[in-house]
Write a protein that binds this ligand. Sequence first.
Ligand SMILES: NC(=O)c1ccc[n+]([C@@H]2O[C@H](COP(=O)([O-])OP(=O)(O)OC[C@H]3O[C@@H](n4cnc5c(N)ncnc54)[C@H](OP(=O)(O)O)[C@@H]3O)[C@@H](O)[C@H]2O)c1
Length: 138
Amino acid sequence: MRDEGKVARIGLSEVTTAELAEARRIVDIASVQNRYNLTDREHEPVLAACEAADIAFLPWRAVAWGKAGDRAEVAAVAAELDATPTQVCLTWLLAHSPVMLPIPGTSSVAHLEENTAAGDIVLAPELRARLDGIAASV
Ligand SMILES: NC(=O)c1ccc[n+]([C@@H]2O[C@H](COP(=O)([O-])OP(=O)(O)OC[C@H]3O[C@@H](n4cnc5c(N)ncnc54)[C@H](OP(=O)(O)O)[C@@H]3O)[C@@H](O)[C@H]2O)c1
């Protein structure tokens, strides 16, 4: 279909590193969409493979249903940044990898504004390291 001009770029969803490698032997892959967020890093190896191949990684459930603040460590970092836990989730994702492209879903304009404002938050190295540690302990 790509050769016929019906498809411009090809993306994959919910793949393992092996499946990504197999697909790349057949065709160029532009993006991967796997479940991933600050407290759910099962697909870290897939993210690493995307980084190595310069493939966009689109985490779904990027804001963990807006419940990241249930983790005391995330709530504490949010308080220090004068931000919301959901903003911390998004800021951490953006800082975590150059190929990261979060796609948070929302039905609320207030949440949309909150989520887009996360792109302006600067995460100091010390806070980023603390958040990295939270994920590693999950
Ligand atoms: N590839 C796949 O297998 C796959 C699977 C599932 C979803 N997706 C895609 O991923 C995208 C996101 O969907 P998702 O299911 O992963 O949802 P999500 O973005 O993880 O979560 C959406 C939920 O988070 C809440 N939320 C968003 N911003 C918030 C905020 N600032 N504070 C508190 N709560 C907040 C929303 O509630 P409100 O509406 O109240 O804001 C909604 O209940 C969609 O485009 C979807 O199609 C892909």
